[in-house]
Structure formats: structure tokens, C-alpha cells
Design a protein around this ligand. Structure first.
Ligand code: TMP
Ligand code: MG
Length: 213
């Protein structure tokens, strides 16, 4: 090991209902950071490329049926299988822009009626985000946006319950952004809060922490 201290990257998570604009904002953010000379990668959960991710994808597209607890644990396992790579990347200075994380896991499963503490338990010990940007949109507005893609959870009545569940998860790392604004305005706000977060992490005084403690 050399004696030069590498500044760690930031763990930035975007959360929100389906059709809240997360995915396009995540890629815009990753491009923006690269343009600022900040090493950044775009990640997403579920990561449908792994074996576990393929099971999740089959469930979401209704080609398989699974018990609610089982699919919850698979979503969590899908994050655990990426945990060590995540830590390595962050410690080597790469900022990660992550499209959904444990908050989706808990919000969607508890919206089905599963106990919230039970839902949180398998997430304990995963890396805690430095920033969670919540793209806030009324469920009705999201549903109007070009319609849903037809996956399992993309139904207005269910999304209303998810919106309620998300509210129980807000903590100090959360910043809400009004996702009903024009896409460029959302982008600008995200750039500002993410840039501040990356700068803060680069100072080296904020160690990585763990969910959910
Ligand atoms: P996606 O549309 O972002 O690929 O996510 C697929 C769906 O899976 C979306 O409706 C949210 C849901 N989901 C969970 O239920 N639990 C989780 O842990 C994650 C990451 C997503
Ligand atoms: Mg979706």
C-alpha cells in the first residue's frame, strides 16, 4: 500500500415510484459527474444480470410466482451479492449512482402488508447511502406518464401504498426533489445536491456507514 490517501467515492441512491424519472435522471447524473472529472458509475437494483436477478426478473414479468417473503429476500440477496464490489469501488474513489436500493426493497414489500421491521432486517449491514434523492411524484401523475410497462407492481392502487410506505423511511440522508417539475429542473437540482455530497465525501471525514443503525 502506498502512502497517498485516495478520496472515497459517494454512494448516491435515487428512489421513487415507478415512472418517477429515476432511470433517466441517473444516467444524466453519471454523465454530469464524468463531465466534472469525477469518476462515477451507474448501478441499478434489481441487477437482473445475475442468477438471483434473473429469478427476480421472471417474477416481475409474471413468468414466475413466488411467496412475498421469498421475493423480498431475493431482492435483498441481489444487493448482498454486489456489496463487496460496491465497497471496493467506493474505496477506490468511484462515486456510485444507484437506481433503487434497500428503500425500494422495504417500501414495496411492506406495501404488500409485510412487517416493516421484518423487511428491514436482511438489509442491515449493507452500505448506507451518503445521499438518498427521492423523486417525489403523486402516484396519479406517475401513472399518466406514458403508462406503465406492464410489470407486476406497475398498478396505480399498489403504487399509492408504496408512496405511503416510502414516507416511513425518510432519514437524515434523504432529500426530496419535486419530480413534477420539467426534466431539466429536476436534473439541475439533482446535480447540485449530488455535487455537494461528492465534495463532502472527498474531504475524507465521513467514513462509510452501514444500514440500518
Ligand atoms: P425497476 O423498474 O427499477 O427495474 O424495478 C423493478 C420493480 O421492482 C419496481 O417495481 C420496484 C421493485 N423493487 C422491489 O420490490 N424491491 C426491491 O428491492 C427493488 C430494488 C425493486
Ligand atoms: Mg419499473
Amino acid at each position: 500500500e502506498g502512502n497517498k490517501k485516495v478520496c472515497r467515492g459517494a454512494l448516491v441512491v435515487l428512489e421513487g415510484l415507478d415512472r418517477s424519472g429515476k432511470s433517466s435522471q441517473c444516467s444524466r447524473l453519471a454523465n454530469y459527474l464524468e463531465g466534472q472529472g469525477i469518476s462515477a458509475e451507474l448501478w441499478r437494483f434489481p441487477d437482473r444480470n445475475t442468477d438471483v436477478g434473473k429469478m427476480i426478473s421472471a417474477y416481475l414479468t409474471n413468468t414466475s410466482q413466488l411467496d412475498d417473503h421469498t421475493i423480498h429476500l431475493l431482492f435483498s440477496a441481489n444487493r448482498w451479492e454486489k456489496r463487496s464490489l460496491m465497497e471496493t469501488k467506493l474505496k477506490s474513489g468511484t462515486t456510485l449512482i444507484v437506481d433503487r436500493y434497500s428503500y425500494s426493497g422495504v417500501a414495496f414489500s411492506s406495501a404488500k402488508g409485510l412487517d416493516i421491521e421484518w423487511c428491514k432486517a436482511p438489509e442491515v449491514g449493507l452500505l448506507a447511502p451518503d445521499l438518498v434523492a427521492y423523486l417525489d411524484i403523486p402516484p396519479e401523475k406517475a401513472a399518466e406518464r406514458g403508462g406503465y410497462g406492464g410489470e407486476r407492481y406497475e398498478k396505480l392502487e399498489f403504487q399509492k401504498k408504496v408512496a405511503e410506505s416510502y414516507k416511513a423511511l425518510h432519514d437524515v440522508s434523504w432529500k426530496s426533489v419535486d419530480a413534477c417539475q420539467p426534466i431539466e429542473d429536476v436534473e439541475k437540482q439533482l446535480q447540485e445536491i449530488v455535487f455537494d455530497c461528492v465534495t463532502e465525501c472527498q474531504k475524507g471525514k465521513k467514513p462509510l456507514s452501514l444500514l440500518w443503525s
